[in-house]
Design a protein. Sequence first.
Length: 196
Amino acid sequence: MKLRFLVPALALALTTIAAKAQTVGLYFNPVVSRISNSKPDYGTFAFLGDGQTSQIFGGVDLGGYYEFAHYTKADASIDVRYSIQHANTSSIKSFLVGPRLAAKPMAFYSIKPYAQLSIGVGTTRSPYNGEPTNKLQYGIFGGVDKSLTKHIDWRIIEVGYGSVTTTSSAIYDSNTTPIPNATVLDFSTGFVFRFR
């Protein structure tokens, strides 16, 4: 099954599980990332561009979470997300899964801070060569959701920090000096649609 069909299938499965009074949240939000590396890469496989050490990427996060446990102060869930971003004709696609912990709504403001740790696969393509590279990716995310209605939350802000091994000349040419993992700094906002 192609990865782009996996997330909608998981979202559909999560909504059927929601019939048991658990909460499912689905989101489709814009995301902007600064992807950087401490060492420039050169050649046709240079992900950030020939001789570049950073780029600003933009795209969308598509995902959802399923709350499987409720505690006095917080709710525990599992988050599944698929992100597609582009810059300078490079692309990165990320499929990440991980545990999420959200504080119960804070009185008066109805805000819910959350944090999660996700791990998965990052697929990168350079601007000069379409050959994809699939490597391990991880991210630590934190954010704040505010309840607007019974079924809609405003994701005020989400910030993520992570790492991924991007495509590089060293992967395809053993005579080239290896490039270290790239740092990914994400910023996102938007809406979450909740179902019980």
